[in-house]
Design a protein around this ligand. Structure first.
Ligand code: AMP
Ligand code: MN
Ligand code: MN
Ligand code: MN
Length: 275
């Protein structure tokens, strides 16, 4: 069975509509797909309808932006209830903050001599409430400041570079409580991508377990294959289950296509066995 528990649509910073995303997953042989848009649930209804038509198992998901000890983390919620009021309200607050952050990103780029980026990023964003750094990155490519979006993130939009601003996202307890309160399971997305030393990483995992977090992504498009084993070991050590997903954003973007999700290393407890 082919499982992909992390993907994005045009409701956040993906390039395909929810329906097109699900159809691509079907074409690529995915049996179980989670749509996990950043801070947004608006794509789930259409994804569910299309999935039902094709016999694909759609998992209602979300990727919540969190600030933990000065580090931005992403917490994926799987099998969430899209009608759970605290989750819906919490995500709406995060989206409001994104609009303000987008202005500060544009000001920072302006100071580096790059103009028009707020309008440019907004043009790329299909959901006006959800302007992401990925939209700024697409504008910077379009305006000739980098060859592709990967190159953008080497020179812009990341800590220490023009266009990076720190931001107050949700807290870790809020994110886990919204997800768990809605009947879902909380998963730390791409744990290998955060600028945390080993000590901070262990503190994060203990705190996450304490709060009721369920799993970490062991296999993700953001991990190199040799990192799968490292995170499988962390999962076992902290009694966490393992998740797997491509983090697909669109054809030609990122490292893995939908369903290009290698099997978990031996000894992992897959988070989806009872889905
Ligand atoms: P945001 O949530 O607005 O801060 O944007 C985060 C998004 O930017 C991620 O989900 C990716 O889509 C994109 N992104 C961040 N860092 C990178 C990177 N190094 N390479 C490619 N895309 C990135
Ligand atoms: Mn993204
Ligand atoms: Mn992420
Ligand atoms: Mn993602």
């Amino acid at each position: 069975m082919l499982v992909d528990l992390h993907s994005h649509s045009t409701c956040s910073d993906g390039l395909l509509s929810p329906a097109d995303l699900v159809e691509r997953a079907v074409q690529r042989g995915v049996d179980m797909l989670a749509l996990t848009d950043h801070d947004e649930l608006a794509g789930l209804a259409a994804a569910r309808d299309t999935a039902a038509r094709w016999g694909l198992q759609l998992i209602d998901g979300v990727e919540v932006s969190v600030l933990w000890e000065d580090t931005t983390l992403h917490i994926v919620g799987l099998r969430i209830d899209a009608g759970h009021a605290p989750l819906v309200a919490g995500l709406a607050d995060i989206r409001k903050g994104r609009a303000q952050r987008a202005r500060r990103i544009a000001d920072s780029l302006e100071a580096a001599g790059i103009s028009g980026s707020l309008e440019g990023a907004r043009r790329h964003a299909r959901n006006p409430e959800l302007v992401s750094r990925a939209h700024f990155a697409r504008y910077l490519v379009e305006a000739g400041h980098a060859r592709d979006t990967n190159a953008v993130f080497r020179n812009f939009l990341t800590p220490g570079k023009p266009g990076y601003v720190s931001h107050q996202w949700a807290t870790l307890p809020d994110a886990v409580n919204w997800i768990n309160g809605s009947g879902g399971v909380a998963v730390i997305a791409h744990p290998g991508r955060y600028p945390l030393n080993q000590q901070q990483c262990e503190r994060l995992l203990s705190e996450f377990v304490e709060l009721g977090g369920a799993a970490i992504e062991v296999v993700t498009g953001a991990h190199a294959p040799d990192e799968f084993v490292t995170w499988a070991r962390y999962a076992r050590r902290f009694g966490l289950r393992a998740s797997a997903g491509s983090d697909f954003h669109g054809p030609g973007e990122g490292y893995r296509d939908l369903g290009n999700v290698p099997v978990l290393p031996a000894g992992c407890d897959p988070v989806w066995t009872d889905f």
